[in-house]
Design a protein around this ligand. Structure first.
Ligand code: COS
Length: 403
């Protein structure tokens, strides 16, 4: 039996509670797992598109955009995003992915876009009519964002993009990409490292943008490498000002890192539900597994880890929604703890399942594969520790450990 008592926590208002109940009712009757169980390749793409369409038709993607552009709430409400990701991840990882990417892929437009840019893209993203993607990482610049080499060279009123972006979710199926690149040719906007980056909206089909390869991962979702070869975009495609790219990317991650924690929470909750049900029904040595204190200890550890993770995730989300400003430390804590502890929870669930836990297609086996990437993407656990330590040392007058 799923436990929804956390919805009574003081982080939420009545609107959040109603949204969480509505989403849960929809997800429970929507056969999401069936839609998400695609073989890979074209079937996977089609399953993802279908999930985006269905989430859009149900009005659930409205959490990804602000009210002025068809969204559910005034701004980008992190608690709603977290509730949505947690619920969908508990039902089907690909459904969580479909929603998360609409938010991540369009957040730079929400946070840094002009009115015209927002009007052009956000309503369609919130309806599921446009699929969005976020292109930051490169073959030699993942954690080290300042090492990126993709260039955006000013040319007349345009920018010409050249370079490679990889591990890009929705590569090949997205209609619109937020792309980060090093600017040159614009006075005052260039610089080394994290200085001198820009953010651009690049629509699929723009000449010079191609999907160089698709990448298969342990828990299938559409992922690939993008090539930019003389890809010309108008100056109006730039988000914010030249040189603001790093700040824009980091402010997007300030919102989305807590939501990654929420997805991990959804996976962990599902693992605990599955493991508890198994412990109650599976018998060994003359009694149910749940009768053994070693199994009880595992279940207790899993339950505590889940509540602790939920407190960190919703603390971070609440802080961002209510106080605004930067929540870099709190989001890092939420992502770090929720993803690492979910990995442990799911591992224990597999252990309680025994041999059945590693059989392809069994829910805990799927969760075991699905959780792994969350400890890496949108900032590895190691990066989150650096961020947390830097903030701690800053309070003690030290410049911090640095990356
Ligand atoms: N919001 C707004 N501005 C931010 C910010 C945020 N969350 N984080 C940093 N900035 C600003 C800082 O204020 C600073 O501005 P000034 O130069 O004007 O002072 C600037 O950006 C540089 O900040 P900082 O010195 O903290 O950056 P670092 O180079 O030390 O950052 C890490 C290093 C490693 C923390 C950063 O590069 C990072 O998070 N890397 C991981 C990236 C990632 O998640 N990659 C995965 C790809 S996405 S799937």
């Amino acid at each position: 039996m799923a436990d929804f008592s956390y919805r009574d926590w003081p982080f939420f208002d009545a609107g959040h509670r109603a949204f969480a109940a509505e989403l849960e009712a929809w997800a429970a009757s929507a056969n999401l797992e069936e839609t998400a169980h695609a073989a890979g390749g074209p079937a996977l793409d089609e399953a993802t598109r279908t999930l985006v369409r269905r989430l859009g038709a149900a009005g659930l993607l409205r959490v990804c955009v602000p009210r002025a552009y068809g969204g559910a709430r005034e701004g980008l409400d992190v608690r709603s995003l977290c509730l949505a990701r947690e619920c969908l991840a508990r039902h089907a990882g690909l459904a969580d992915f479909a929603l998360a990417m609409q938010g991540l892929g369009s957040a730079a437009i929400t946070l840094a876009g002009s009115e015209a840019q927002r009007r052009r893209y956000l309503p369609a993203v919130g309806e599921g009519a446009l699929i969005a993607a976020f292109a930051l990482s490169e073959p030699d610049a993942g954690s080290d964002v300042g090492a990126m080499t993709t260039r955006a060279v000013a040319d007349g009123g345009d920018f010409v993009l050249d370079g490679t972006k990889t591990w890009i979710s929705n590569a090949g199926i997205a209609d619109v990409y937020t792309v980060f690149a090093r600017i040159s040719g614009t006075p005052g906007a260039t610089g080394p490292g994290t200085k001198g980056l820009g953010a651009f909206i690049v629509e699929a089909g723009t000449p010079g943008l191609t999907v160089a390869e698709r990448i298969d991962v342990i828990a299938p979702h559409p992922l690939g490498t993008l090539r930019f070869d003389g890809c010309r975009v108008p100056g109006s495609a730039m988000l914010g000002a030249p040189g603001e790219g790093f700040r824009i990317a980091m402010s997007v991650l300030d919102v989305f890192r807590a939501t990654v924690g929420a997805a991990a929470l959804g996976f962990a909750r599902r693992a605990l539900d599955e493991a508890t049900a198994r412990a109650v029904t599976r018998h060994a040595f003359g009694q149910a597994l749940a009768g053994f204190q070693l199994v009880q200890a595992k279940l207790a550890d899993m339950d505590v880890a889940i509540d602790a993770a939920a407190l960190l995730v919703y603390r971070s989300a609440w802080l961002k929604d209510v106080q605004g400003g930067r929540v870099t430390r709190e989001a890092a804590m939420a992502k770090l703890f929720a993803t690492e502890s979910a990995q442990q929870v799911i591992d224990q669930a597999v252990q309680i399942f025994g041999g059945l836990g590693v059989v392809s297609g069994v829910v805990v086996e799927r969760l075991y594969r699905e959780i792994r990437a969350l400890r890496i993407y949108e900032g590895t656990s190691e990066i989150q520790k650096l961020v947390i330590a830097a903030k701690l040392l800053e309070r003690h007058g030290s410049p911090g450990p640095g990356p």
